[in-house]
Design a protein. Structure first.
Lengths: 242, 273
């Protein structure tokens, strides 16, 4: 059975409704914070703002704390309510989602650390065009996957799954051009390597956003599409109401 | 498959998911039961897989106990029960004239909500059904009784007090004694109507563990109000509501991703809207 956003507010136990509602709210708060971390990290890099970069690393601690808090709430719901069906899927999806969000936070910190290194080295590094382009793409994925989670929106989740393929392609071609820079000018190797780490982190963030989108599909449809090639998904079947 | 083309089979396919089509112990066709003109079950079609645990769940008055009682013709004992439709046990219609009801109830044993040992010794309780059946030499009878008590996971607790009154046992032990009494006559099917609802949690777990071990050689059908219990012990779960079969499928699927909103609402404690 498909579920909708008010599915989790129809229990006879109002307290249970509230507990599930809080899980969702807290996950969205964590998502919002992680989104901002990614944005700040990229801004720090593009604008050579080392102070902003340092703040991103500090923010990571509060994201970690949120993960622990939400996991704790999930454990309590499992122990006290023994949820079934869509309630169970919500709790599982939230547990998985917090772990991906936390890792997005870690990747943002990596970007921020490289931003600090690059800004201290001075003179604008190569490859920032690629970083700007991929980061916009990846940030949209994170935003969309969180929106899809909040609205239980299958179409949007599927869009994210397909975006991930595009990001992977962009990442491969960006790496290739950065490689060319290094060969042309060996003095740039240190700074280009830092940019490569940044791109790598962005690509990983895209993967995590893709995971988030897959959890939305699991939550709404009860189908686990992890490890399935996006091109082989039967999207019509997924979009059909049941 | 050829038999899926009939409307009855098509209707069955609608509600039944993932139930093995081989090894059917019971097959129910168009079963309707009414008490004094009031419908309790209407046009039910389902089959019960052999050597598996099948649970019937549903709100009070949904017809699950009525269905369970139909399996060994307990409704025969009540005059104002009107039954239509067929119930096949291992391919044989249980209402056929040549079927001996006493033998049917030996093959299809039943355990009720409240333990109902007879006011006699532990030994005599288990021997009771055996004595009705055939005159066994005492040594053979003792063996069967030990086996039945062993199978019901009660032997170790009562082996030194077989001649004490059965009423001196705890509720959980009494329920296992009743199961031993049923097992002694070597049934093929065990029907359990809320077998643990009057028991404490530890006794409940013992009964559930017993159900798990018994399915190696018995078909078990369980009616329960406790959804976690159905989820814990059964292989297949049927959800009934208003005298109709709403959804029937593998327990793993039914409790993680039920197909219908009515099932989801019931198992997750939501109000129907």
């Amino acid at each position: 059975m498909d579920i909708t956003t008010d599915t989790h507010s129809q229990h006879i136990s109002k307290q249970f409704n509230q507990e599930l509602e809080e899980l969702k709210t807290h996950l969205m708060t964590m998502g919002g914070q992680v989104e901002k971390q990614v944005q700040d990290a990229v801004t720090a890099l593009l604008e050579s703002d080392s102070r902003l970069g340092e703040r991103v690393s500090d923010d990571d601690k509060s994201v970690n704390d949120m993960q622990l808090k939400i996991d704790d709430e999930c454990t309590r719901v499992l122990a006290r309510r023994q949820p079934a069906a869509s309630d169970l899927r919500l709790v599982l999806a939230v547990i998985r989602a917090t772990s991906d969000l936390e890792r997005i936070g870690d990747e943002a910190s990596k970007i921020a650390r490289n931003a600090v290194v690059l800004s201290e080295a001075g003179n604008g590094p190569k490859g920032l065009v690629e970083v700007r382009h991929i980061s916009e793409h990846v940030r949209a994925m994170v935003r969309d996957s969180l929106t899809a989670f909040a609205r239980f929106d299958i179409d949007l989740a599927l869009k994210v799954v397909h975006e991930d393929e595009a990001v992977d392609n962009e990442y491969t071609s960006a790496m290739r051009s950065l490689m060319t820079f290094m060969m042309e000018d060996p003095r740039s190797i240190t700074s280009v390597l830092s940019v490569m780490w940044v791109l790598r982190a962005l690509e990983r963030i895209g993967d995590h956003a893709n995971n988030l989108a897959e959890y939305v599909i699991y939550l709404v449809k009860g189908l686990d599409i992890r490890h399935i090639d996006p091109d082989e998904l039967d999207e019509d079947a997924l979009k059909r109401q049941s | 498959m050829a038999d899926e083309t009939s409307p009855r089979q098509a209707a069955l396919h609608e509600v039944v998911q993932d139930i093995p089509r081989e090894g059917r112990c019971f097959e129910i066709e168009e079963l309707s039961v009414a008490y004094a003109g009031k419908t309790a079950l209407s046009g039910l079609n389902l089959y019960v897989p052999r050597h598996r645990v099948t649970a019937f769940i549903g709100p009070s008055g949904c017809g699950k106990s009525t269905l369970l009682r139909a399996f060994n013709r307990l409704h025969d004992l009540n005059d104002d029960v009107d039954r239509q439709g067929r119930i096949m046990l291992e391919g044989q219609e249980i209402h056929a004239p040549e079927v001996d009801v006493a033998d049917l109830r030996r093959r299809v044993g039943m355990v009720f909500q409240t333990p109902n040992p007879f006011p006699m010794s532990i030994y005599e309780n288990v021997a009771f059904g055996l004595r009705l059946q055939a005159a066994l030499p005492k040594r053979r009878r003792d063996e069967v009784i030990e086996w039945a008590l062993e199978s019901a996971a009660l032997w170790d607790e009562v082996k030194h007090r077989l001649h004490d009154s059965a009423l001196s046992l705890s509720g959980g032990q009494q329920q296992r004694l009743v199961i031993a009494r049923t097992l002694a006559v070597q049934p093929e099917v065990l029907l359990l109507d809320e077998p643990a609802s009057a028991l404490d949690p530890i006794s409940t777990l013992k009964i559930e563990e017993l159900i798990r071990t018994l399915k190696s050689h018995l078909t078990l059908v369980l009616v329960t109000h406790n959804m976690q219990q159905a989820a814990r012990v059964s292989d297949y779960t049927a959800f009934l509501e208003g005298g109709e079969l709403i959804e029937y499928g593998a327990t793993d699927t039914l409790f993680t991703n039920p197909r219908l909103a009515r099932t989801e609402n019931y198992i997750t404690g939501r109000t129907d809207r």
